[in-house]
Write a new protein. Structure first.
Lengths: 342, 625
């Protein structure tokens, strides 16, 4: 088992390397960079005074170097213009031109909130969809099943931003929660306190529901279908023939089998939750990385965009690793079935 | 003393109208005895067992009658022995009272040992569960009791098996684990629903022996649900024959086998192939094939070799275990040589995993052998299959056609019978549209199907009809060789006889050549001219049918023959001679047949035309020469 985990982690290194090359390549696809765009703009306006400074910056960030060198400097595999290794590997995540700040200062607050929000959403999706999915499968074609199916389709079909606006209004009207953001305005920039935590929790409710609804609906459908497949298997009858109660039968046997696809899915959920929530974050004015990433991509603030994308990739890989380890722990066929014929 | 008294049981299904699956069935099971309920699929025999267990599917319900179960509980710790009679039919399926009986006083084992156990839980956990549930055992006590049960069902290594997962065990061992699970609470009644149908004959014999041993040890009654009269003859004290949900005959085993009264029972007994059958099988629903539908007979001189298999080896690579571990490979076929002669039926026999299907696939050229050659006669010369490609290969495909095992999954459900039978001709671009249509009609009559069925889809045909469509499809291109891979093992006894007779008639009249792959020696005996026996990828015996069946030389062939249950009370299985699992271990065979791993299987010919694999005997002959 330990060897398996080590092997999986060793496999992540080349994967990450390839992903980082791809990210860097794609970000640089549009012609020019942030600074050369600025220079062009200044030229067009006839202001040549600050051009020299920008040219200096371009050299300083090695933006005039060839692609591979720029990439290697960014990652920290090649000495930059300053003469020594200073890239992501060394803990320097780059410079955001738009904010004129180091990237880590730009994203530090938003990344934490993004992770918190995503975690809450995943939890919400699993907690809500599991009981409903089990209920729908075990009472197939009952009124309850039809009811949840109907609700699920509504959940899938409602545009997220619309649902978000409606819920924001309702929360404000009945619970007095301020609109937008992830905390009440007076806590912004304040040190962490109990009141601030409570405010964050109250503000998490709407985005969690909004972002999670579609995922929940989809997961209910899939759990129902998976469980229905398993419920007719022979081993379920065997368990019943042992005299187990229906509840124990389902929780111990078919549910365990139906779980595999969901565990395998953890890794896939993370990127879709980050990128899928961009529009919602804009509408609800959430300080997550989604809108920051969007802005960075639009203005070609390449180190900022590159770092966020790399961060999502790392999250995804960790999610995959976690789901692989969980699968191996839960399913003996994966853990022990290595020697079966291919 | 009666354990279970079934009185006027009626079970109805409410799905698309009302269907009576079980209609006014009465019988009783005496203490310590075995009662067999016999019938074909759809006769309602499994529904009876489900009703007793309270495991009927939701659309079914008990509409009448009663199931009196005499529940004599032995004294458990802290509880006195109790006795009483309950009517199982009156208990709600999910009630605590029913659950207390289910798995505790009445236990059940199922047909499919491969799917009856959860793949995610250890054997020990699944077996011990019944003890924890009904006997209030804690985890340690349940583990101890499970170990005892595994010893009772003669698990080779009970301590290791406790923590093993089902996929690590063979089919026979899984069925043993199922029996251990059922025995956990020492039930008064064991229901065995086709307990050995999915197993190889040697394993079947072992499981039957085990059931009888355990029954003797624990003194329980068995309700045996089966369609196999061979099993019935070896197990049952009393027999109940059901047909369309009704009991047509009931009595002691001796009465049923010696004086069958009901025409259905008589027909059923005559439809089972047994050894040394001189007479023709009489199917319950005979068909009349129109044998002139094929056109002229197949060419070729009977007895002339058609396919030559020469020291063929096929190894498969196993999945890699680690980054640096060398890939392991396993030999599915190991230096097998034989010929198939024109106009004969070569029976290829072996247990699952013996390589018989792999051999058939090599002849079909589904893959190229790792070494050795398979060659086919082309006019006067021979052609190595490995050299075929493109148009030559397509032409070879016309000459060899396949009849599949499972008639349900081998026909595309979205194609009509007409399209199914005509498809090979479309693929090979044979004939015109008109001639194809006429040919399809002829083929339908050839296999005894009404041409009216041409517009139907497979789902509306019975298993036997589907298998005949499969045969018609295989014959559409007038092949030289028909490879039949277990063509009757998925069919009911009654239909099996029908298809076997059809295959026999077609071969005799049309000079067809068959390679007949099967694990059922009685079936092979009925059809084959010569028999080849395979074990662990090696050919161990090859000879004319009579010689192999009447005078088997190889210990493995002998073990196979001993293990076939005969539907005859006077020829019971010789349980004493069954050497537990050792017959299929080549390194445990006695001299001169012993084969060490990696040894070359050398064939010798002690009788003309009768070959046996005996490396040591070959050495003696060579030394003498």
């Amino acid at each position: 088992m330990l060897a398996y985990i080590l092997r999986r982690m060793a496999g992540m290194v080349p994967t990450l390397l390839i992903i980082s090359i791809l990210i860097f390549f794609i970000i640089e696809l549009p012609p020019g960079d942030y600074l050369s765009n600025q220079i062009d703009q200044l030229r067009a306006q006839g202001e040549s005074a600050s051009i020299a400074q920008l040219e200096f910056l371009r050299r300083e960030f090695a933006l005039d170097a060839p692609f591979w060198e720029r990439y290697a400097v960014w990652v920290g595999l090649w000495p930059g213009p300053s003469g020594h290794l200073n890239g992501i590997l060394q803990g320097n995540y780059g410079w955001s031109f738009e904010y004129s700040k180091p990237v880590d200062q730009v994203v530090s607050g938003t990344l934490l909130l993004t992770v918190v929000l995503n975690f809450a959403t995943i939890l919400f999706v699993y907690i809500v969809s599991f009981p409903i999915g089990i209920y729908s499968a075990t009472r197939q074609y009952s009124w309850g099943d039809y009811g949840f199916t109907f609700l699920g389709y509504i959940g899938l079909a409602t545009p997220n931003f619309l649902l978000g606006l409606i819920l924001l209004f309702l929360m404000n009207e009945y619970f007095g929660v301020s609109i937008g953001g992830l905390m009440a305005p007076q806590f912004v920039g304040q040190p962490l306190s109990v009141d601030k935590m409570l405010s964050v929790l109250a503000h998490l409710v709407v985005p969690t529901i909004v972002i999670g609804t579609a995922g929940t609906a989809a997961m209910i459908r899939r759990l129902r279908a998976n469980l229905l497949d398993e419920l007719h298997r022979q081993y379920v009858t065997t368990a019943r023939a042992k005299g187990l109660s229906e509840r124990k039968v389902i929780l111990k046997y078919p549910l365990r089998m139906a779980l595999n696809p969901f565990i395998a899915d953890i890794g896939n959920l993370i990127p879709s939750l980050v990128s899928g929530s961009v529009i919602v974050s804009v509408v609800l004015n959430l300080p997550t990385v989604g809108p920051v990433l969007l802005g960075a991509l639009q203005s070609q603030d390449q180190y900022l965009a590159g770092f966020i994308l790399l961060f999502v990739a790392v999250l995804t890989l960790i999610g995959m690793l976690v789901s692989d380890i969980l699968l191996a722990m839960l399913d003996p066929r994966i853990r022990l079935g290595q020697e079966t014929a291919s | 003393m009666t354990v279970l008294d079934v009185r006027n049981l009626v079970v109805e299904y409410h799905a698309d109208g009302l269907v009576r699956a079980v209609d006014d069935v009465s019988f009783s099971i005496p203490e310590g005895k075995t009662v067999a309920v016999v019938g074909e699929s759809g006769s309602g025999k499994s529904t009876i067992s489900q009703a007793v267990m309270g495991l009927l599917p939701p659309p079914a319900r008990i509409a009448g009658g009663s199931l009196y179960f005499r529940d004599n509980r032995p004294a458990a710790d802290g509880e006195a022995a109790t006795a009483g009679t309950v009517d199982l039919a009156a208990l709600p399926r999910d009630s605590a009272a029913m659950r207390d009986i289910r798995g505790n006083r009445i236990a059940m084992i199922f047909q499919e040992p491969m799917t009856s156990l959860s793949p995610l839980h250890t054997i020990g956990d699944q077996i011990g569960e019944a003890g924890r549930l009904h006997r209030g055992m804690d985890a340690a006590a349940a583990r101890e009791a499970t170990r005892d049960m595994l010893r009772l069902v003669r698990f080779p290594d009970p301590d290791r098996a406790l923590d093993a997962y089902p996929f690590e065990l063979s089919g026979g061992l899984r069925q043993r684990a199922m029996i251990a699970m059922a025995m956990m609470c020492r039930p008064a009644l064991l229901i065995a629903d086709e307990p050995t149908t999915a197993l190889d004959v040697t394993i079947q014999a072992e499981i039957l022996k085990l059931l009888r041993d355990v029954q003797g040890e624990l003194g329980m009654s068995i309700l045996l649900i089966t369609h196999d009269f061979g099993v019935v003859a070896n197990m049952a004290d009393e027999i109940v024959v059901v047909y369309h949900g009704r009991v047509v005959e009931r009595g002691s085993a001796r009465e049923i086998f010696t004086k069958p009264e009901h025409p259905y029972l008589k027909a059923l007994l005559h439809a089972v192939p047994t050894f040394d059958m001189k007479e023709r099988l009489s199917p319950i629903r005979p068909i009349t094939p129109k044998l002139d539908g094929f056109g002229e007979r197949c060419g070729g001189t009977p007895g002339e070799p058609l396919i030559k298999v020469d020291s063929v080896v096929k190894s498969f690579r196993l999945k890699k275990r680690g980054l640096f571990a060398p890939p392991k490979s396993v030999r599915a076929i190991d230096q097998v040589s034989f010929t198939i002669n024109t106009g004969e039926c070569l029976g290829l026999v072996g247990e699952s995993g013996s390589g018989k299907t792999t051999m058939a696939m090599a002849i079909m050229r589904a893959f190229a052998p790792t070494s050795g050659t398979v060659s086919v006669r082309e006019g006067e010369g021979w052609r190595d299959l490995a050299t075929l490609s493109g148009a030559d290969l397509l032409a070879y495909r016309r000459r060899v056609q396949l009849v599949f095992q499972d008639p349900f999954s081998s026909l595309n459900p979205r194609m009509s019978v007409n399209e199914l039978i005509g498809e090979p001709m479309v693929i090979h671009d044979a004939g015109t549209k008109g001639s194809r249509a006429a040919r399809v009609r002829d083929l339908m009559e050839l296999v005894g199907l009404d041409p009216k069925f041409l517009r139907r889809y497979p789902h509306s045909l019975s298993g036997g009809q589907r298998q005949r469509v499969g045969i018609a499809r295989a014959l559409a291109l007038r092949p030289d060789l028909l490879v039949c891979d277990e063509p009757v093992s998925a069919l009911d006894v009654s239909v099996q006889a029908q298809v076997l007779n059809l295959l026999a008639d077609l071969q005799r009249e049309l000079n067809l050549t068959y390679l007949f792959v099967s694990h059922n020696l009685a079936v092979v005996d009925y059809l084959a001219t010569r028999i080849a026996v395979m074990c662990h990828g090696r050919l161990v015996e090859l000879g004319p049918t009579r010689a192999v069946i009447d005078n088997p030389l190889h210990p493995y062939t002998q073990a196979l023959l001993t293990a076939v249950p005969d539907a005859n009370l006077d020829r019971p299985l010789d349980f004493a001679r069954l050497s537990a699992g050792r017959a299929s271990d080549p390194s445990a065979w006695p001299e001169p047949y012993r084969l060490e791993p990696g040894a070359v299987p050398v064939m010798v010919e002690p009788e003309p035309g009768h070959f046996v694999c005996a490396p040591q005997m070959a050495r003696v002959v060579k030394d003498a020469a």
